[in-house]
Design a protein around this ligand. Sequence first.
Ligand code: V47
Ligand code: SF4
Length: 387
Amino acid sequence: MAPTVVLDRLRINDPALLPIADKVIAGERLSADDGLALFGTSDLLGLGFMADAANQARHGNQVTFAANQHINPTNICTLRKTCVFCSYARLPKEDGAYRYTMDQVWAEAESATGGLTREWHIVGGLDMKAGLSYYSEMFRGLKERHPLVHIKALTAVEIAHIARIEKMSVRDVLIALRDAGLDTMPGGGAEVFSPGVRATIAEKKLSGTEYIDVHRTAHALGIRSNCTMLYGHVETYADRIHHLGMLRDLQDETGGFLAYIPLAYHPDNNELGIELGRTGTATTGFDDLKNLAVGRLFLDNFEHIKSHWIMVTPALSQLSLSFGVNDLEGTVVREKIYHEAGAHTAQSMSLDEIVRLIRGAGKIPAERDSFYHVLRVFAETPQSEAA
Ligand code: V47
Ligand code: SF4
């Protein structure tokens, strides 16, 4: 049940948003038509104001982040030719193809822990040689070396791939990986669920329904997960709302999603970017903020909406804290997937920088663990940082 939202309708200029504001105030669920009106409005401030009110009702002024580290153990991927938006994947013999040995995984994990990292975010390509034993050994080894660090690993697509190459059920793969140390799953691989869009951008990837089924199975096993949507390519507003509707339905059923993260499409070094004539042209700030705000309003059963600063820039992520976002992607340490696709942001951010960004938005920074338990609150705002 969503908390009561206090909202001044006078701050909304687009009349099409007013009936939606009434629903938000009454705690009523938004329909698909409402979602379309939110995406269709030019009243970004009115939309942001509603999303901010809904966010404040849940989280007040607190904004969380995690001290996390991304590890991408292999970029070898059987879908290299058919996920036309992806700049990261390689065929096994292609230039730049790599698969980490376990020693390389340990070394990369060590390189950044320094006592700070609390979560590893481990995802990679669909590599025929990275099956259940590869990841089980990796998770066991990481837990042996760093028992307190949380392992958030393997998208639904990777889980389905492992199940296929091992000739096992998704459920059995998840059980085996959980026994090896998997704690939660990230939200990648969702892209856009509508079959038409999927046929264009990710023809051979598991379907939207299959993505949902893998998460349903994980939630039933007590493995919580995130979810995403890759926006800003060929999808329509109707495709976005259909996608969000499927996420909302599963959340009603299981309550297993921790956070929703919209992912801004990056068009460099991939076939889709060339075909769309978009190379060098990222999504607009207007659309980035809209996706975050609509996520907050439409996904009324999600506690956490996360902004991924690597994809939309730290500056826009900071702004998004007034557009419905309560959580920022963390320290990351070494990002590969979006940097191959033209992201110009840094590959990591220090805790101090994240704290400064959040404080600069007039919010209270709080470091969290992977289940969103607050670990420490950075309450004071020194005058020198207030501007
Ligand atoms: O599934 C790939 C996306 C995803 C591009 O769960 C691209 O906490 C933009 O899901 N432009 C993987 N996006 C990353 C991901 C993620 C990131 C941060 C946090 C979490 C979380 C999950 O990256 C892929 C795909 O949707 N992606 N190529 C590209 N050119
Ligand atoms: Fe492979 Fe994932 Fe890239 Fe698709 S998006 S080619 S599955 S790494």
